[in-house]
Design a protein around this ligand. Sequence first.
Ligand code: GSH
Length: 218
Amino acid sequence: MFELYGHPFSSFTWKPLIALHERRVEFRFRNVDPGHPDNSARLAEMAPIGQFPVLVHGECEICESNVIIEYLDLHAPGDPPMVPPDPTDALEARMMAEIFDDYVNEVMQKVVNDALAPEAERSVRAVVQAKGQLLRSYGWLEKKLAGREWGSGGDFGIADCAAAPALFYADWVEAIPDSCPGLQAYRARLLARPSVVHVVDEARPYRRYFPLGAPDRD
Ligand SMILES: N[C@@H](CCC(=O)N[C@@H](CS)C(=O)NCC(=O)O)C(=O)O
């Protein structure tokens, strides 16, 4: 039995959740919300700085969302795999996953974390810079995704598991502009995918956690 430690509202937790739902893999979700201190204590032992998600499978404790998705390809294989078998295609898929993580998801989180910080520790400059970086990433992605249905140019996979939460929340922080219609359409395609609908719905009860005010759409 797989056990996934994470939070239903956490963007990085959505990534392996989407992979698990895509495969219809049976697993136990270990919610680290404050109401479940035992899960949080276990997570703190397993993750280097207490971040989630972490997957537990027998004796194995796997950190890092992309590695968890690759682990699932090995231990709960589905067709097609989340990482394409061709080595060159695999590099493209891993690269796109990291780009969504590092240049969309992490940047979006800077703005969210600033809003969560005490007034005296907030930085208008850092927020303006992060929003500018999001717009720059959107422009880059608009060109990169031209002609692609899914993020890496092949089947739905690891890049899309990363893109769905990254674009879902980033659009709340800094809307994808009308100058990026391809990226807007890709986000809509992701949000229509049943595995993504599942994680969005399970996160709905936690929307009050979003410090900038979750919009009524989506
Ligand atoms: N590189 C990690 C990033 C994980 C991450 O940033 N997780 C966030 C939740 S979305 C977290 O644990 N935040 C709580 C904290 O930093 O204490 C991954 O891909 O799994």
